[in-house]
Design a protein around this ligand. Structure first.
Ligand code: SF4
Length: 413
């Protein structure tokens, strides 16, 4: 009788899913079809994503204990989807001192972090030396802390100011302690879309040039996509193809992270008429399609719990994803755009959520080395979170931020 569950799957979708589970590589037209899957086709797609995940990486679900650190929100790029950026004269504009940056790293380490993820706005008053100073200051005090930092947009800005050849500039940052690079600022790698989302941001070819150069000097990166705004399934499929092609050449991507557009507090939705972010089905579809399309080249598909929320994140883990991302401890970029899902998930909550879907929690390094596998819940370490042992102070989990007015100027990676 199980056949009844699949008899309504349309023949083209059944053929594609059958093919990919037998090892065939998906084409962009296949991806476009799957990105529109609904009803029984959608159910079959999500199940295929989960089967492929099991075959590719087994039942471990990884996460990294990390801190996000947005060192300044002053930015003049003006992306229409951003609610984070501020003019330097805005009341709530900030630019952290090195002391504050080091304090934040210190607190992160005390809470078990192995990584700090650093990104900031593009402030024209700064130059390439600022990025290097952040790296040397952190490494001087915390040599073992992995620094995952500086989007291709920031690399573009610093590189232009430096006057160095690109690979030399990247090596200069690596020498100062840069460990890996976030593959953000990708949004949709199509200049027609980019010119609407953010005309002043780096173009597709420059993003590709920076990422390929980074991989060529041994600087690995994540890869991302922002969906749920003005893009079409063709844009998404071509974006995935580009990432797969880069990965075939360089092997430098550590993971793929689809980032759903947060619409509440930015121009793109409020004044430019974009879609209000992805539906639940789109969130799950993109994870399954990414798993099927990128296999076997990119093995780690990450859910963004900040954008999806914990429960939909758990659904993502049974639709093709195998990584729960980072604990973050602090998150401004999605929150300032209107995300309701807070800024900190303690490791023990990750482990609980992972176990709830029948999988095994594994703490990892940034580059997916195993720190610790948590097979037995009885042997879990005690929480390092403030407020978990009776204290009344400390950061709230899944804090719902107070609603703010729509930002006059844009937001988010
Ligand atoms: S997303 Fe926001 S902070 Fe980043 S470059 Fe665009 S406007 Fe600046």
């Amino acid at each position: 009788m199980l056949e009844r569950l699949y008899r309504d799957v349309s023949p083209p979708v059944a053929r594609i899913l059958d093919g990919t589970l037998s090892g065939a590589e998906l084409g962009t037209e296949d991806a476009v079809l799957l990105l529109g899957a609904d009803g029984p086709d959608l159910h079959a797609l999500l199940r295929a994503g989960d089967v492929a995940r099991q075959e590719d990486v087994g039942d471990d679900v990884t996460y990294v204990v990390c801190r996000n650190l947005n060192f300044t929100n002053v930015c003049y790029v003006g992306c229409s989807f951003c609610g984070f950026a501020r003019h330097r004269d805005d009341e709530d504009a900030y630019d952290h001192s090195m002391e504050t940056i080091l304090d934040k790293c210190r607190v992160a380490i005390a809470r078990g972090a192995s990584e700090v993820c650093i990104q900031g706005g593009i402030d024209p008053r700064k130059d390439h030396t600022h990025y290097r100073e952040i790296l040397t200051a952190i490494k001087g005090e915390f040599p073992d802390l992995h620094i995952h930092a500086f989007s291709p947009e920031e690399i573009d800005f610093g590189h232009e100011k430096s006057g160095m050849p690109l690979t030399e500039y990247l090596r200069w940052l690596i020498d100062a302690g840069l460990g890996t690079m976030p593959g953000t600022a990708a949004e949709i790698l199509d200049d027609e879309v980019r010119n609407i989302l953010s005309p002043r941001k780096l173009k597709r070819d420059r993003w590709v040039e920076i990422v390929r150069a980074a991989h060529s000097v041994g600087l690995r990166s994540s890869s991302t996509l922002m969906y749920g705004h003005i893009e079409s399934p063709h844009h998404v499929a071509n974006h995935l193809l580009l990432l797969r092609d880069i990965q075939k050449d360089t092997g430098g991507f550590t993971e793929f992270v689809p980032l759903g557009f947060i619409h509440e507090k930015n121009m793109l939705y409020n004044f430019m008429g974009s879609r209000p972010g992805p539906s639940m089905a789109e969130d799950l579809r993109i994870l399954a399609v990414a798993r099927l399309f990128l296999r076997p080249w990119i093995r780690n598909i990450q859910i963004s719990w900040v954008k999806m929320g914990p429960k939909l994140g758990q659904m993502g883990l049974v639709s093709g994803a195998n990584d729960f991302g980072g604990t973050l401890m602090e998150e401004s970029i999605s929150r300032e755009s209107g995300s309701q899902f807070g800024e900190n998930t303690p490791p023990e909550d990750f482990r609980r959520m992972i176990r709830e879907v029948g999988r095994v929690p594994v703490e990892r390094t940034t580059t997916y080395g195993v720190v610790r596998r948590f097979d037995d819940p009885a042997l879990d370490p005690p929480s390092l979170e403030p407020g978990r042992h009776g204290e009344l102070s400390g950061p709230a989990r899944f804090r719902v931020p107070p609603r703010r007015r729509v930002a006059a100027v844009p937001s988010s990676y």
